[in-house]
Design a protein around this ligand. Structure first.
Ligand SMILES: Cc1cc2nc3c(=O)[nH]c(=O)nc-3n(C[C@H](O)[C@H](O)[C@H](O)COP(=O)(O)OP(=O)(O)OC[C@H]3O[C@@H](n4cnc5c(N)ncnc54)[C@H](O)[C@@H]3O)c2cc1C
Length: 419
């Protein structure tokens, strides 16, 4: 059977690894931390997965937390003025596209334990560019899914597809438990367990999502996306979880004061439940050439790294793992050459990743006329609001209307008529 090597034990690498094991491939996965180290690490991310992504995990029998974790059933978005007052609100239901956020420390540590049980070869060590030569020499195909790890820089930036040269946001997150954050209806005025979004003009955005973590079970994550140099850009000074929580309270008091009481009695789920940082969203060329001439292929964030504002990274990594699994099997015994790698990626880019990327980049800017018109309609027409929030499961659904005012008007009419 063909030998496939994967670098990186995250969403993309592990999912593709499991999918290929199921098809009988000989799969080696190299990752820089053991299950125990991952479990005891700092919060890496707070990724909400929509139904399309959860479905792939279900198919692979990896949905170990689905019955226990809280569901995000819809979105409640307040668009706010710079002083925190609400300009308008959009609230929509996800319906069957509802999703969950599982703490990646819990998920990946469990999946890393599961991988050898299903016949995968797990190697815990940081891979360097020099190691890549040995690994590729022993493999029919080597994929790098190292996320924001430095080794991802081995793949050349695609300037045409990469819009940013600087981090568009400074990103920070915490996971909290607290008496006013949990349960089916934590916000009394919202008739479901929400993904709670605040977009503050000229300041940034913050998002609170239902979260499931090892330490406390149900919790809520808070992701803050601060415009660099703006009034919310205060988290980088934090040196502990306690600092993060204090700054989070101050930011919410300043920009969403009506939400502040939800943090009464709140605390971090564990001492490591926080992160801060920034990065440049980057699309990379999918094929890497080693000095020997051997080839590598980029996967997940290594290939397409977006700002988390639209919640697309782990969803995109999942879609890409699924696409690769299908294409690898379809390749049969033919070589995984550069032309195959390029065309396999192009197909994924054209059918999926370009939309996740363009949508993420669009949310980083003030809305254009088509989006403004759809959002205005969504404030008064629930079917328009539902269609808008359901688009997050597959951002391709935002096209063509997101970029064309006439199409946006047609979209509004169509949704209103279907009510
Ligand atoms: C704060 C925040 C919030 C987010 N929210 C969302 C969201 O709501 N929805 C969503 O879909 N996405 C979200 N994302 C993005 C999401 O977390 C990532 O897109 C996703 O985890 C990417 O998966 P990946 O497998 O490509 O990389 P990762 O999950 O980052 O995995 C990479 C793995 O490679 C390992 N590694 C790195 N270097 C090496 C090396 N040299 N050798 C061996 N192993 C190595 C790492 O340890 C890691 O295990 C968010 C991100 C952040 C930061």
């Amino acid at each position: 059977m063909r030998q496939i090597s994967l670098i990186g034990g995250g969403q993309a690498g592990l999912l593709l690894g499991f999918a290929l094991l199921e098809k009988g491939y000989d799969v080696s996965l190299y990752t820089d931390r053991s299950a125990e180290q991952v479990s005891n690490s700092r919060l890496p991310s707070t990724p909400f997965l929509f139904d399309g992504s959860l479905q792939f995990e279900r198919e692979l029998g990896l949905n170990f937390w689905e019955a226990a974790a809280p569901w995000g059933e819809g979105m409640h978005v307040d668009f706010r003025n710079p002083d925190g007052s609400i300009a308008f609100t959009v609230q929509g239901h996800l319906g069957e596209l509802r999703g969950q956020t599982i703490d990646q420390r819990l998920k990946f540590s469990r999946w890393l334990e599961e991988f050898p049980r299903r016949g995968g070869k797990l190697q815990v060590r940081p891979v360097t560019v020099a190691n890549l030569e040995e690994i590729a020499a022993d493999s029919d195909l080597t994929l790098v899914a190292a996320g924001k790890g430095v080794i991802s820089g081995f793949f050349e930036r695609d300037d045409e597809r990469s819009e940013h040269r600087m981090p568009p946001r400074h990103v920070s997150a915490i996971a909290l438990t607290g008496p006013k954050l949990l349960g089916a209806r934590p916000w009394r005025r919202i008739p479901f367990r929400p993904l709670r979004f605040n977009f503050v003009a000229g300041v940034g955005e913050f998002f609170s999502l239902p979260f499931h973590t090892q330490a406390t079970g149900e919790a809520r994550s808070f992701l803050f996306e601060a415009i660099p140099g703006g009034p919310m850009d205060r988290f980088l000074e934090a040196e502990s979880g306690a600092d993060m929580l204090r700054i989070a309270r101050e930011v919410i008091a300043a920009f969403a004061p009506d939400d502040l009481h939800h943090l009464d009695g709140a605390q971090l789920t564990d001492a490591n439940a926080w992160l801060k940082g920034s990065f440049v969203p980057t699309v990379r060329k999918p094929v890497g050439h080693l000095p020997s001439g051997r080839l590598l292929m980029a996967l997940g964030d290594t290939a397409v790294l977006n700002d988390p504002i639209a919640g697309q990274g782990a969803n995109n990594a999942t879609r890409m793992a699924r696409h690769l699994a299908r294409e690898i099997v379809a390749r049969g015994g033919a070589p995984f050459d550069a032309a195959w790698m390029q065309s396999t990626f192009e197909e994924f880019w054209n059918s999926s990743a370009q939309y996740a990327t363009a949508f993420s980049n669009a949310l980083l800017k003030p809305p254009g006329a088509p989006v403004a018109e759809v959002l205005a309609a969504a404030t008064v027409h629930p079917p328009v609001a539902d269609a808008f929030v359901r688009g997050f499961d597959n951002p391709r659904n935002f096209w063509p209307w997101i970029a064309d005012l006439e199409e946006a008007r047609r979209f509004i009419e169509q949704k209103r008529r279907s009510a």
